[in-house]
Design a protein around this ligand. Structure first.
Ligand SMILES: [Zn+2]
Length: 955
């Protein structure tokens, strides 16, 4: 049988389905999947099924679809299609009705567009019982002004297409206006979407940002890796305005999101390393040579891409030191790879590379021991000793216990002995012994293992309450300050004695008021002052916090914040619940095993005219633009606002991030990430190249900062106002409406998810308007909002929502890209049905929502229980049962936990439709398009935006 790919009509792909042992055919543009080869259509074969109609039933009889009142329905059967739709007023689940008939009232009356919106939502619902309803749904309408023409392809992305889809494109006239000096690159095209008639499609978020279109010859290398992947470095616009006034006119914030240290997944190539220590840098601006520098003077000199300085090519640049013969310049990694690492010669070292150091500060007070934290933590360290970075066998470890006293452990090498030394004077901390407290991991392995095995038992009867966390930090610091490294804090209580003691300032009365931001500021200067001391000594701090009561995360998180560490929170941790123990052990283990870049400084350089203006994330800003990071963790992001200081005359600009660091196996290196972007003097190109994910990431960082320095409501208003500005400016300059009122709410196609992302941000626990959110949960959410890379941040503000009981046959099976996920649904409870099973996840938490009319067969297949009544809500571990549906659901949950990089291992909660209200409300709060309490539904919010954009004085 011939390879099916070769016979397929354009736009179709074939994927081998291992479970069914046959090819599945997918139409890329619509996501429509079918078993028949579409090439077999025509007279002899069966015609391709109509859009939205299900594949035939015969080939996947094993697939179950659960409809109300049925024990088992099969895909495509009339029974399945007749399954009741759970929707409509009065039928809502825990939410104020919105959308449908109810949603219509929320709009300014008299506009046809609103009814279109409502009817589209209904259409989507009606298609749902088919299981693949979201595939092949009617595409939104696009604005078709008289001057617009049909275009076959959009700028940098797939055109919005599909059955009945209309694409309205601005004519080339925009693309041809004022292309700056950038002759030769393809003109940008812009597509306008009406947000009123185009509800958010979550699949849009899986698209890459708009393509970067550099002028021909910008790069000296034909390598596909010459420009930075967006996962490492992305800009809010992929065409930089030539002037600040053009940028201001667009209202789009200019910023850079960098993720300098990204974990590698299986099969991914490591970052190439330049080992010959020949490092060519501009002698004026110190830029590292890269693919955007030009060789001149017969190749003897190179012109800097940032400042145009002519520099000499180093003598050994073209010499292959390994073979001791002339080398090929064009094979050098730094000319072909945008992400590259140089082995640094000694002049890049202030001191020799230091060993990796881990000092564990373990709370051993009564509550810490009783919660099982100490037992879980020590077991996890024990189990991960071989994963702790120690390639060069220089890694050092110390363990300090604390309650209201400090407990040091002396671990002499090559014995199983260890001695505990108690220090009760916590006001003036001293080390009770000069040696054997910070020990070489390899040499002291036996005594360390023996200690970790006994530690929990030693404190089993400890009745001491209270915490001397501050003194413990000081002790740990004293121990390691000459070297630097990582302090890992595991704490179950509010610090209560000694320096850094804190008071419980949680006051329910001020939650939701303008005073609330005070609770998000540090209560004591101790932690910031101490953090800066740590930063100077190359010490980074991670905080693992476990308290059931107030722990003042806002204050404690200062320490990771300024020392490039991270805060992890396990509220009311109880290891007796297996799920708690598994989550903490998994995440802690990942942190222990994580390679880190030690003693790091990061600097971002850019072409003349651009300036790094402000910085967001976990680090300490040393001098004006040097970010000090004692340890750069993997999969953490930093946001930088960029200013256009003078007119950009070059056809493209370059932004280069350099991370000088020591690897955890003792080598000094420089990681360099180079991003080149075209410049433009054309406003439509600024919009057409804008990256909505990068913009949302930058705005999340700015909002958190503002909520702390100003008031919470200021932060929310600023974010909302920014969005209004962008929409207003777009309407005025890019649509026929100009400054007049418009019945539409227009935005370019590549930014059409920005409003819903901002809505998600406004509804995130970190900044949401509410009087019910404990300050610790807020502070933790804020720590996540300012450190998660976009890949994890986007689901955190815009969760994923899947219908499982009627998912397509391939969902949950293994395809070429691993487990196939069901299509994501829009985040509205209108999609919930009473007989259904749904998954909602935001990367931190997963909710398995079970409708109250779920048939016994579904409950039996997934939970191994006789009926819905027997099912209990709450944290759970799903059994893996001997039926295909259970296996597919488990595969989807496992894939959800693994698909993103980072250490997080989300809890899984079973949420019953009529179960505990707080849990249900929590789960439903992830459906951000619903109205909740004082927070608007998506339709209301879009209505507010439209009024604001049209200049209405109130909303
Ligand atoms: Zn230069």
């Amino acid at each position: 049988m011939a390879e099916p790919q070769q016979q397929l009509p354009p736009g179709w792909i074939a994927e081998w389905d291992a479970n069914n042992q046959r090819y599945l055919f997918i139409e890329s543009a619509t996501g429509r999947a079918q078993w028949e080869n579409p090439a077999d259509g025509g007279p002899a074969g069966s015609p391709p099924p109509a859009t939205g109609s299900p594949p035939p039933t015969t080939h996947h009889a094993k697939r179950r679809q659960y409809a109300a009142g049925q024990t088992q329905a099969y895909y495509g059967s009339s029974d399945g299609l007749a399954a009741p739709v759970y929707s409509g007023p009065g039928n809502q689940l825990g939410q104020v009705p919105s959308g449908g008939a109810g949603g219509g009232q929320l709009f300014t009356p008299g506009l046809v567009a609103e009814n279109q919106f409502a009817s589209q939502q209904q259409q989507q619902q009606q298609q749902q019982p088919g299981g693949q309803a979201y595939y092949g749904q009617p595409e939104p309408d696009y604005i078709n002004g008289p001057q617009y023409t049909q275009q076959p392809a959009a700028y940098g992305q797939q055109p919005p297409a599909g059955p009945g889809g209309q694409v309205g494109a601005l004519a080339d006239q925009f693309g041809q206006m004022g292309m700056g000096g950038a002759g030769g690159q393809k003109p940008f095209q812009i597509y306008t979407t009406n947000l009123l008639t185009s509800p958010p499609d979550p699949r849009e978020l899986a698209r890459p940002p708009p393509e970067i279109r550099l002028p021909p010859g910008a790069s000296v290398s034909p390598s596909p890796h010459a420009n930075a992947p967006f996962e490492y470095q992305r800009c809010t616009v992929n065409a930089i305005p030539t002037t600040n006034s053009l940028l201001s006119k667009s209202k789009i914030p200019l910023g850079l999101i960098i993720t300098p240290y990204r974990s590698l997944k299986e099969g991914e190539d490591p970052v190439p390393v330049v080992t010959d220590t020949v490092i060519a840098r501009c002698r004026r601006c110190r830029t590292y040579i890269n693919a955007y520098c030009q060789f001149i003077d017969g190749g003897n000199r190179w012109r800097c891409c940032m400042c145009s300085m002519s520099n000499e090519v180093p003598q050994l640049f073209d010499w292959d030191q390994a073979r001791n013969q002339p080398g090929d310049r064009w094979a050098r990694a730094e000319l072909n790879h945008s992400v590259v690492e140089f082995v640094a010669p000694t002049e890049y070292m202030v001191r020799p590379p230091q060993p990796a150091v881990y000092v564990f500060l373990i709370d051993v007070s009564h509550s810490a021991v009783q919660s099982g934290m100490v037992a879980t933590a020590t077991r996890t360290i024990l189990e991960n000793l071989d994963r702790l970075p120690n390639e060069d066998q220089r890694t050092k470890v110390a363990i300090i216990g604390f309650d209201t006293s400090l407990y040091f452990f002396s671990m002499p090498p090559n014995t199983t002995d260890s001695t505990m030394l108690v220090v009760s004077d916590i006001d003036d901390v001293f080390l009770p012994k000069p040696t054997d407290l910070l020990v070489n991991l390899t040499e002291a392995r036996q005594s360390l293992e023996s200690l970790l095995g006994r530690l929990n038992d030693m404190f089993q009867e400890n009745h001491t309450l209270g915490s001397a966390l501050g003194p413990a930090l000081q002790a740990g610091f004293k121990l390691m300050a000459p070297i630097g490294g990582k302090i890992v804090v595991l704490s179950s209580t509010l610090p209560s004695v000694g320096p850094g003691a804190l008071k419980n300032r949680e006051d329910p009365k001020i939650l939701g008021t303008s005073k609330e931001s005070g609770l998000l500021q540090a209560a004591s200067p101790f932690y910031k002052t101490f953090a800066i001391e740590c930063s100077r000594a190359q010490v980074s701090v991670d905080m693992f916090l476990f308290s059931a009561a107030y722990q003042d995360i806002a204050t404690l998180a200062c320490l990771p914040h300024y020392t490039s560490g991270q805060t992890y929170f396990y509220p009311a941790f109880n290891a007796a619940r297996a799920e708690d123990a598994v989550k903490f052990a998994h995440e802690f283990g990942e942190v222990l095993a994580m390679p880190i870049m030690l003693e790091a400084v990061i600097r971002v350089r850019a072409s003349r005219g651009l300036r790094m203006a402000s910085f967001h994330g976990n680090f300490f800003v040393r001098s004006s633009d040097l970010l000090a990071m004692p340890a750069v963790p993997q999969d953490t992001s930093y946001a930088i606002e960029v200013q256009i200081e003078e007119t950009l005359t070059a056809p493209f600009v370059v932004l280069q991030t350099a991370v000088l660091h020591t690897t955890c196996y003792g080598e000094r290196r420089i990681r360099v990430i180079t991003l080149a972007l075209p410049t433009t003097s054309n406003l439509s190109e600024v919009y057409a190249s804008a990256d909505q994910v990068a913009i949302a990431t930058l705005l999340a960082n700015k909002a958190v900062e503002r909520s702390i320095t100003h008031k919470m409501e200021d932060a929310r208003e600023a974010v909302f106002a920014k969005l209004v500005e962008i929409l207003q400016s777009y309407k005025t300059s890019m649509t026929a409406a100009g400054t007049g009122a418009s019945a539409q709410l227009a935005i370019c196609d590549n930014l059409k998810m920005l409003p819903v992302l901002i809505l998600g941000l406004l509804k995130n626990v970190g900044i949401r308007q509410s009087a019910q959110i404990p300050p610790d949960l807020r502070a933790y959410a804020q720590a996540l909002l300012t450190s998660l890379p976009s890949e994890s941040l986007i689901p955190y503000i815009h969760p994923n929502f899947y219908s499982l009981h009627d998912m397509p046959p391939e969902a949950g099976t293994v395809g070429e890209q691993g487990v196939i996920m069901p299509p994501p649904l829009p985040l509205t409870s209108e999609r919930l049905v009473r007989h259904g099973l749904f998954l909602i996840e935001d990367g931190q938490t997963m909710f398995l929502f079970v409708g109250r009319d779920a048939v016994p067969q579904l409950i039996a297949d997934v939970f191994n229980l006789p009926s819905y009544e027997a099912l209990r809500g709450g944290k759970t571990t799903l059994p893996l049962l001997d039926n295909p549906f259970s296996q597919r659901v488990n595969a989807i949950i496992q894939k959800t936990r693994e698909m993103r990089r980072g250490v997080y291992y989300p809890h899984l909660y079973v949420v019953k439709e009529d179960g505990e209200p707080p849990l249900r409300l929590w789960a439903m709060s992830a459906l951000i398009q619903d109205r909740a309490d004082v927070l608007p539904s998506y339709q209301q919010y879009i209505g507010q935006l439209k009024d604001k954009v049209n200049g209405a004085s109130s909303y």
